[in-house]
Design a protein around this ligand. Structure first.
Ligand SMILES: Cc1cc2nc3c(=O)[nH]c(=O)nc-3n(C[C@H](O)[C@H](O)[C@H](O)COP(=O)(O)OP(=O)(O)OC[C@H]3O[C@@H](n4cnc5c(N)ncnc54)[C@H](O)[C@@H]3O)c2cc1C
Length: 461
């Protein structure tokens, strides 16, 4: 498939465009149901509040029978959408409610291709009708509080959703404090991180387009742990792909808080092969650690020297999403400790945390890892509800990175539970070979696209 084919190809399960989804969101100041035929399914998720309209309440009262148990899933991304679907598949008698703040989901995987202009953001945008069709009650609401004792979560407008088991998959939040001059407002207006796909992804794209040939982009890469360890380095390659054809005198500086990074040898060889000296990586020990940014002048203050750039893409330090922090489910470092077999929180046993927010042993913070954890967690929750022990888990992850039209690389891992910890299975998984031939590199691009199509079909259909 050519790149231009890929740029315009929509995954087959994309049912609404992001533009139409956004206009729908704008119409909606109140939380609401997403999809059709879900009203009956919501009755048991409601507490005393009774916020549905009269017709919906009547439908709700006509609900045929009490569910076996009520499970609420918060967050409809790579972890939560999968947990909700597979829980319903595991036991259709469990009432599963997925609560997501947005009416649509924009995938971070492949969003670096939006920044380079290789792909349209609509091709990464999905709605939740597929999950509704599977019997999951999908609600649009922002959950603002969790009460682990009384077993309910509360929505922004006061709605109360009761649960027997709660699965949280809220992703990450961004910590701007370690870098002077950064804030959410600065990220949204001037220095986009684009580490959550959406408006900032498009802003960064526009900034690259507006940059003069010969300009400098600085990508500031965060310390570990953070979502998508290869992401900043794939982003550098995607930016270089755009510049190679449109602004060949441009320069990309990666200012890194770290001294090593995921798939490093593969990235560095690929950068050199396709882009020569266009990409320069500055490790922490060589002055890559950044302490401050001036959004007006786009000057970065480093520990050793200062850097001046035309475009700054500062990826902030990260921790678990605010909801998990506020609920007291995080440790001192800001991530959620869990039982790594069931993903039950160490702080609250009827709350499970999966995906980026959780501490999951050797697994990286990736969409594929969140998918795998969602399935393990769904099986464990269904077993617990049915009075059975959790099944023996197995976990998997592969992260592809696309460096050029015909150059993909990957890292894969298979994991098992050992002494309560998720560890790599020795001899399983590994990296693309450093000396792979051109055909293998080109095939890995196709595998990356195929992976995306499959995993998003798994989530949303
Ligand atoms: C540039 C980039 C490229 C990437 N590429 C890859 C890749 O190629 N492969 C890969 O496997 N991973 C990749 N990732 C990582 C991947 O995106 C994340 O690891 C994955 O999204 C984590 O899934 P999650 O379910 O934990 O969180 P998310 O997918 O972020 O989902 C969290 C959801 O919870 C919702 N939410 C949060 N709080 C609330 C609340 N209080 N109330 C209601 N809803 C709430 C959010 O709106 C969101 O929809 C990439 C990431 C980036 C930034």
């Amino acid at each position: 498939m050519s790149t231009s084919d890929r740029a315009t190809t929509k995954p087959r399960n994309t049912t609404i465009s992001s533009a139409s989804a956004r206009s729908k969101a704008a119409d909606t100041s109140r939380r609401r149901f997403l999809g059709t035929g879900a009203a009956v399914l919501t009755t048991a998720t409601l507490g005393a509040g009774g916020w549905l309209g009269a017709a919906s309440r009547a439908a709700a009262q006509a609900a045929p029978s009490a569910p076996k148990a009520r499970v609420v899933v918060v967050g409809g991304g790579y972890g939560g959408a999968i947990a909700a679907k597979y829980l319903k598949l595991a036991d259709p008698d469990i009432r599963v409610t997925l609560i997501e703040r947005s009416p649509y989901y924009v995938s971070c995987p492949l969003s670096n291709e939006v920044i380079s202009g290789e792909r349209d953001i609509d091709s990464l945008t999905f709605d939740y009708r597929g999950l509704t069709r599977r019997g999951v009650a999908v609600m649009q609401d922002e959950i603002v509080a969790v009460d682990p004792e009384a077993h309910y979560v509360r929505g922004a407008g006061g709605a109360r959703y009761n649960y027997d088991k709660l699965i949280l998959a809220p992703g990450v939040s961004f910590d701007y404090d370690p870098i002077d001059g950064m804030s959410e407002a600065v990220a949204e207006s001037t220095i986009p991180h684009a580490w959550k796909a959406g408006a900032q992804t498009l802003l960064l794209r526009r900034q690259l387009q507006a940059m003069p040939d010969g300009g400098v982009v600085a990508i500031v890469a965060p310390p570990n742990p953070f979502r998508c360890p290869p992401g900043p380095y794939e982003r550098a390659a995607q930016m270089a792909l755009y510049f190679k054809h449109h602004k060949p005198k441009a320069k990309i500086l990666i200012l890194d808080a770290k001294d090593a990074f995921s798939k490093q040898a593969l990235f560095q060889a690929g950068w050199q092969e396709h882009y020569g000296d266009m990409i320069e990586w500055v490790p922490g020990a060589a002055g890559g650690i950044i302490e401050a940014v001036d959004p007006k002048t786009r000057t970065l203050t480093g520990l050793v020297e200062d850097f001046q750039a035309d475009v700054v893409n500062l990826i902030p330090h990260q921790r678990a999403a605010k909801l998990a922090v506020d609920a007291g489910l995080t440790d001192a470092a800001g991530w959620c400790p869990v039982d790594q077999q069931t993903f039950a929180s160490e702080q609250a046993p009827d709350i499970h945390v999966i995906g980026d927010a959780a501490i999951a042993g050797a697994m990286p913070k990736s969409g594929y890892a969140a998918n795998s954890q969602g399935k393990v967690c769904a099986a464990a929750v269904a077993a617990a509800i049915n009075g059975e022990p959790p099944p023996a888990p197995s976990y998997v992850n592969t992260c592809y990175s696309i460096l050029a039209h015909d150059h993909g690389i990957s890292v894969a891992g298979v994991y098992e539970l050992k002494d309560g910890n998720i560890v790599s299975v020795p001899g399983a998984g590994g990296l693309s070979p450093v000396d792979a031939d051109a055909r293998t590199r080109a095939m890995e691009v196709e595998y990356a696209i195929g992976w995306f199509r499959n995993i998003t079909a798994d989530m949303f259909t």
